[in-house]
Design a protein around this ligand. Structure first.
Ligand code: ZN
Length: 186
């Protein structure tokens, strides 16, 4: 939300973004330290990201706005129906080794969008970037729009989970995604 007196930054004006929040409903996603569920963290993060992009003038379509189950095909269909300028899928990562940490950008066709996102996440001071990697995820291979899947940190790493659960991290991620999109559209 733009506060009175604050200048509104409309740099994503006219851009349409589908923001895909992974998992939901009966699909909890990864289970982190202390039983924290990926699906719930994604909802917290995703709503902050959506507000940030809307504030920058973008039209944002969320694949879910509550704890709701969607198949991968349904997510792909939402993207195809809206034909956005970019499709961004959000996830949190997990691994049996609790020392593994960092953010990763996955892409299939759209290396340029992935590179912009990677550079924007590199600027994020809280969690280091593991880089951009090619992957065959359905939401990347079956969508038609430029698409990336962001793993925003490991919820199986106790110190990283602490960062991930903070509101300040959600704001950092939102800023990084906005900057990544701006760089890509520039
Ligand atoms: Zn996930």
């Amino acid at each position: 939300m733009t506060k009175p007196g604050e200048s509104k930054d409309n740099s994503l004006e006219g851009r349409k973004i589908v923001l895909d929040l992974g998992h939901g409903g009966k699909d909890a996603g990864a289970v982190g330290v202390g039983g924290v569920l990926e699906k719930n963290l994604l909802l917290d993060t995703g709503l902050v990201v959506a507000d940030k992009l809307k504030d920058a003038g973008a039209k944002v379509i969320l694949t879910r706005e509550k704890d709701h189950y969607l198949t991968l095909e349904e997510r792909v269909e939402i993207s195809k129906k809206h034909n956005p300028d970019a499709f961004v899928s959000l996830h949190y990562d997990s691994f049996y080794d609790s020392t593994v940490s960092g953010t990763t950008v996955f892409y299939h066709r759209d290396g340029e969008l992935a590179e912009s996102m990677k550079l924007a996440l590199d600027d994020d001071p809280s969690i280091k970037s593991r880089g951009a990697k090619k992957a065959l995820y359905k939401v990347l291979t079956n969508t038609k729009s430029p698409s990336v899947l962001l793993e925003l940190g490991f919820i199986t790493n106790p110190s990283e989970l602490e960062i991930i659960q903070s509101e300040s991290y959600h704001k950092e991620v939102a800023e990084a995604i906005k900057n990544g999109l701006l760089k890509y559209f520039d």
